[in-house]
Design a protein around this ligand. Structure first.
Ligand code: CAA
Length: 263
């Protein structure tokens, strides 16, 4: 499929998906969301990809939110469908079996902040601005912000951001645990690619198992989470990666992982 609002590239196991509507600050319209849905399916089925980086085109924004020109015309029923389709594609992103890193520069507002929240972790440039400004439009976040932000940073901080619509800096975002690392703009890509490459050298089966155990465990109680972890741990032992990793350790050499994908 040819994309008009996305760019997908891949090199040595690391794919980069770029939101590409820079004139509209990469705002999420229906076309972009459909393309994202398709791109995520193709990434999930490509066994050569071990890590995905998400980013926005241009200097100003990761994503400045859902497209307000589309929101302005919605009836309540259409709004529910709109939120449902946005939530579905963002949940598909979160459920992607491989690690996903958000490389965020500039505005990450509304749906853009919600997109980053569905990634496994976020690296941001010092010039990044996060926020859920929907309250200023007379609406609330509709692509998962009320749920994922509260789970990540706690309900008090999430509610303050949602009730005030206030923009926060990358440094503030790092302080509250929304962002893992803040880098100068010119070092952001290198920093993200470095960690992506490091992750891509690990066994894909264990990466997928680890992601699944953390994500599914967060949605349940500790006892159930530990049971999920045991099952995922056991499945790793069915992969050649576990044999290679343990053998390499015992032979005092670096492991070379190339096991088939376990999902
Ligand atoms: N939707 C549609 N278009 C948008 C947009 C959005 N979310 N954000 C920016 N744009 C467009 C602007 O309309 C403008 O287009 P034109 O050049 O055609 O006029 C272009 O992008 C550049 O934006 P600005 O001129 O406004 O740039 P700025 O530097 O002055 O301000 C900004 C940047 C502070 C990010 C400002 O654009 C802004 O506040 N944008 C809206 C942010 C927002 O409210 N996001 C939440 C959207 S609702 C949502 O996301 C709901 C949900 O959860 C599903």
């Amino acid at each position: 499929m040819e994309y008009s609002s996305l760019e997908l590239t891949s090199s040595e196991g690391v794919a980069t998906l770029t939101f590409n509507r820079p004139k509209a600050l990469n705002a999420l319209n229906s076309v972009l969301l459909n393309e994202l849905d398709h791109a995520l399916d193709s990434i999930a089925s490509d066994e050569s990809i071990s890590v995905l980086i998400l980013t926005g085109a241009g200097e100003k924004a990761f994503i400045a939110g859902a497209d307000i020109t589309e929101i302005a015309t919605l009836t309540p029923l259409a709004a529910k469908k709109f939120a449902q389709s946005g939530q579905a594609v963002i949940s598909k992103l979160q459920a992607l079996p491989i690690p996903v890193i958000a490389m965020v520069h500039g505005y990450a507002l509304g749906g853009g902040c919600e997109m980053a929240l569905a990634c496994d972790f976020i690296y941001a440039s010092e010039k990044t601005v996060f926020g859920l400004p929907e309250i200023n439009l007379g609406i609330i976040p509709g692509f998962g912000g009320t749920q994922r932000l509260a789970r990540l940073v706690g309900s008090g901080l999430a509610k303050e951001m949602i009730f005030t619509g206030r923009h926060i800096t990358a440094a503030e975002a790092a302080n509250i645990g929304l962002v893992n690392k803040v880098l100068p703009p010119e070092e952001l890509r290198t920093g993200v690619e470095e960690v992506a490459r490091l992750i891509s050298t690990k066994g894909k089966a264990s990466l997928c198992a680890a992601k699944q155990a953390v994500n599914q465990g967060l949605n349940t109680d500790l006892t159930t989470g530990l049971a999920l972890e045991r099952d995922a741990f056991a499945l790793c032992l069915a992969s050649p990666d576990a044999q290679e990793g343990t053998t390499a350790f015992l032979e005092k050499r670096k492991p070379v992982f190339k096991g088939p994908l376990h999902r």
